[in-house]
Design a protein around this ligand. Structure first.
Ligand SMILES: [Zn+2]
Length: 490
């Protein structure tokens, strides 16, 4: 029995990439020095926080992130590190001076800039280029700053640079989308970054038709190294909607587990609201720092019609719902389309394993909603424990201390209620670092929402693979697995 240890992607945290050189037949067996192999398809059961030891397990499954967008950050302008408006200005100016005819930039965050949303909007009037179309997405992706030429060409008021996601479609027609070569390259960059931190499977969110073809292309050239559960944007990817679910394997016998990597698209997604940060998440009660409740992005009647059509075309459903009012809308859909949804979940197509319908984010959940989620039984909640930490700059004022502690960024009570929960980072909105995710899941200020380390590991690996339609595979010779030591992470 031999495991070749390729230290150290980050030895300081005690997490190493391992390359399995020899496979042993144990289900869960000590591997010298107290390491254990996680190959069980059941929860970890007897393992408890009282007897911690490092666990060797399959790579993480990050159920909600944006692979292509992670790569595009490198090809376009990355604003995430900036703490002063002048830095944004100089990054934009150097693009203009190098002859750019348009600018796409990502990742500004008013908290990091030490400003309010209103102050950033004012500053933007100075730093946005007056000569070319430019769009600067906020870190959440649900709001942006647009330059006067871009606003004018889309028929919007040129003196009001702050735009919310409701206007993105109008703006998109006036700024060229990434080319197919750029999308392919961006995917490969994102894939490399994920493998570097030990993520071997992802839910790749809100794909449009071009992104779907880019990933198909990567698989057909044998370069797909992670399992990708694609979720397509029902408002945009019309060709994908027409051609039905996708399930292709990497053309080379390479993948994170004992089989070729898989790219599937089985979920049709709609955005129902925005985000807390941009005050566009749709709440059932007012924000605590302003008498408003965000807004809904789609009315229930057309939503039901479109969702019904997606189900009949063979897809499962996925809804972006951050606020509790958006979640009420999801629950209404779950009730009205219950039979069709159950039928869809019961009949997996021959080539793939069963999957569940998805709710993305679910960052504000009332107790009465937990009961209804359990009763409906359709859903996997794809949550981001790290958003609780990343949002600390504004979440207390937006939601108020009680709502924040008792109803926001929940995980523990969802699991206690028996709901299916998958962990994810939403990268590049936030870091895809698994240690950060695990630490966040185990450290909610409300003890009821805290998750044990082993529960978090189980959710973050095999459990969510099983719930979201990915054959969990086995650890085999050549697999990438992880050694995770709770004593060092927590
Ligand atoms: Zn996202």
């Amino acid at each position: 029995m031999k495991v070749v240890v390729q230290r150290p992607s980050s030895p300081k945290h005690g997490v190493w990439r391992e390359h399995v050189d020899f496979l042993f037949d144990a289900e869960l067996r000590p591997l010298g020095r107290g390491w254990h192999v996680l190959e069980s398809l059941e929860p970890l059961g007897p393992l408890t926080d009282e007897k911690p030891f490092p666990v060797l397990h399959k790579g993480y499954f990050d159920a909600h992130l944006h692979v292509g967008w992670m790569g595009l950050m490198e090809l376009d302008v990355d604003l995430r590190a900036f703490t002063r408006p002048e830095e944004i200005q100089s990054a934009l100016t150097s693009r203009v001076e190098s002859g750019a005819t348009f600018i796409r930039a990502y990742g500004w965050d008013e908290t990091k800039l030490g400003l309010s949303l209103e102050q950033v909007t004012d500053a933007a009037k100075k730093f946005l280029p007056a000569s070319i179309p430019a769009i600067l997405y906020r870190v959440c992706g649900h709001a942006a700053l647009a330059s006067p030429p871009l606003l004018a060409s889309a028929g919007l008021e040129p003196a009001k640079p702050f735009v919310s996601d409701r206007d993105f479609r109008r703006l998109a027609d006036h700024i060229p989308p990434p080319t197919s070569a750029e999308l392919r390259e961006a995917f490969l960059i994102g894939q490399r970054k994920l493998l570097d931190v030990g993520v071997s499977a992802v839910g790749d969110m809100s794909l449009d038709d071009d992104a779907v073809s880019a990933i198909r292309d990567v698989a057909s050239s044998g370069e797909l190294k992670i399992d990708v559960v694609g979720v397509f944007d029902g408002a945009q990817a019309l060709a994908t909607m027409k051609s039905g679910p996708v399930n292709v394997a990497n053309s080379m016998p390479i993948g994170p587990l004992d089989r070729a990597a898989i790219f599937s698209v089985r979920h049709w997604k709609r955005y129902l609201d925005g985000s807390f940060g941009s005050r566009t998440a749709w709440l059932s009660r007012d924000y605590s720092d302003r008498p408003e409740r965000g807004h809904s992005l789609v009315e229930t009647l057309p939503l039901l019609g479109a969702a019904r059509e997606a189900l009949r075309s063979g897809f499962h459903l996925s809804f972006h719902a951050i606020g509790d009012a958006a979640l009420d809308q999801v629950l209404e859909v779950g009730e009205r389309l219950s039979d069709l949804m159950r039928e869809r979940s019961r009949i997996p197509d021959a080539a793939s394993t069963a999957t569940r319908h998805r709710i993305e984010h679910a960052q504000l959940i009332r107790d009465d909603q937990i009961a209804r989620l359990v009763e409906q039984g359709h859903w996997t909640l794809c949550v981001q424990p790290n958003h609780r930490v990343a949002d600390e700059g504004f979440s207390r004022s937006r939601l108020g201390p009680t709502r924040l502690r008792d109803e926001a960024y929940r995980m523990g009570t969802l699991l206690d209620a028996g709901l299916s929960v998958a962990m994810s980072s939403d990268a590049p909105v936030d870091s895809p670092d698994p240690e950060y995710l695990l630490r966040s899941a185990c450290s909610h200020e409300n003890p009821r929402e805290r998750v044990s380390f082993y529960e978090a590991i189980w959710r973050y690996t095999t459990a969510s693979r099983l719930d979201l339609g990915l054959a969990p595979g086995r650890i085999a010779v050549g697999s990438t697995v992880r050694l995770t030591d709770p004593a060092v992470i927590l």
